[in-house]
Write a protein that binds this ligand. Structure first.
Ligand SMILES: [Zn+2]
Length: 432
């Protein structure tokens, strides 16, 4: 065995996890347990589908290894139940089956399986798959719409909730913004906690309604024993805490911030780096009305940049100043955003307008998607996620925006994966 040990070479290293094996054949259960216990993982067993669902919902594990052909409920039924229950909808589920048909594999993936492992498997493949699931980062978009919630038949696929993104990595939960999307995230987090105390970190970019309006409906903040750590910019005049309190004033909302039962801390942050779970967070001020931050989160093996609600400085600068090189000044200001997102594994970008719309809405604080692509190319990011969809844009329009951005990237010759943030569609990033 001269091969390199991927686990110790990984920047994340070995992370042990809690694995639930849903499998009716005792010899296979034992084989899996022997292989994974040697890696330091904690193993629990369910010998049929029904028992698998009950155990997973009672105490959601990190990874579920799921057989397909089992008594009581088969694997697809279990998968469907796991994916529709808030406690388990985000668990990693690896289907482990003797079925070799492409159609079965495709069906499992369509129904939300994280991976498919063909039986008989070798120990190295099982170890590698489990490690991949434990080391992955999952970004989930709970709201990707800018400005105002816009539910309705034309926004079903990309969603109508305002900004909220969750990032789970190495057991830590980081939330980016508290738009209306945070309500459903709160329900999911609370269910997945299965009665244990929860600690979440919430990074607010700025306090326009669409970035804080969901917070009063964030269930974990109402549960005693939970901790909610909030970070964000001091407004022109007030600390962040005062602004958050303001939106829960009795004139606007029936429950005051101070009456929420969790331990809530609110910290003003600016350009000085700070630590949130495994992440070192750096921030830069965006070009948006009021004080607005974009964030860069760095942990071993993973960098995520979240820079929404901004537009290029150079498009807004007055054209006449006494002899100054305005174009050069604008470019140097815009360079700060490029540096914030440089080399990121994922760059979540303001891409609200088309070029034609931006021409009419210059100065409204949002970006033309062509500029978002240009920043991604210049900063050499690995993935670009188009975010802050305009409330007037239907799903078909977002599709067209995405197609155009992909063409622009292809024309540049860069290898950047481009997606458009879609509500409830997670983006998994596998950390080597
Ligand atoms: Zn804003």
């Amino acid at each position: 065995m001269g091969g390199k040990d991927l686990a110790t070479d990984s920047p994340v290293g070995k992370r042990s996890g809690r694995i639930l094996v849903v499998e009716d054949q005792p010899d296979i259960r034992e084989l899996i347990a022997t292989i994974l216990r040697a890696e330091g993982h904690e193993i629990a067993f369910a010998s049929d589908g029904e028992m698998g669902i009950q155990m997973a919902q009672r105490d959601p594990p990190d990874v579920i290894l799921l057989d397909l052909m089992m008594p009581k409920l088969h694997g697809y039924q279990v998968l469907q139940a796991l994916r529709t229950h808030p406690a388990t909808q985000r668990c990693a589920v690896v289907v482990v089956s003797a079925k070799a048909y492409a159609s079965d594999k495709r069906k499992a993936m369509e129904m939300g399986a994280s991976a498919y492992l063909q039986k008989p498997f070798d120990a190295a493949s099982l170890r590698a798959l489990v490690r991949q699931q434990l080391n992955k980062a999952v970004l989930t978009f709970w709201g990707a719409r800018g400005s105002i919630a816009s539910p309705g038949p034309t926004t079903l696929r990309f969603g109508g909730n305002t900004p909220c993104v969750s990032l789970s990595y190495q057991g830590a939960q980081v939330i980016l913004d508290a738009g209306t999307g945070i309500r459903a995230l709160g329900v999911a987090l609370q269910a997945a906690a299965a009665g244990k105390p929860l600690e979440v970190n919430l990074l607010i970019t700025h306090t326009h309604w669409d970035h804080i309006q969901g917070f009063p409906f964030f269930t974990p903040a109402f549960v005693p024993g939970n901790r909610v750590n909030i970070f964000g910019p001091h407004s022109a005049e007030k600390p962040l805490e005062k602004v958050l309190r303001g939106q829960m004033d009795p004139e606007y909302f029936p429950v005051a911030l101070g009456d929420m039962a969790a331990t809530i801390t609110v910290r003003d942050v600016g350009m000085e780096p700070f630590q949130v779970g495994p992440f070192t967070v750096r921030a830069a001020y965006m070009n948006h009305p009021g004080m607005t931050l974009g964030y860069r989160l760095e942990a071993p093996g993973l960098t995520v940049a979240y820079a929404t609600d901004t537009e290029p400085f150079r498009t807004l600068l007055p054209t006449v100043t006494s002899g100054a090189d305005v174009a050069q000044f604008g470019r140097s200001q815009d360079q700060e955003l490029v540096e914030l997102v440089r080399g990121a594994d994922v760059y979540i970008a303001d891409a609200q307008y088309s070029p034609a719309e931006y021409a009419k809405k210059t100065g409204w604080g949002h970006t033309n998607y062509v500029d978002a692509v240009a920043i991604a190319i210049e900063a050499d990011v690995k993935r670009l996620v188009l975010f802050s969809h305009d409330p007037m844009h239907s799903d078909d329009e977002v599709d067209r925006k995405l197609a155009h951005c992909r063409e622009l990237v292809a024309a540049s010759g860069k290898q950047i994966e481009v997606t458009a943030a879609a509500e409830a569609t997670p983006l998994e990033v596998f950390v080597p």
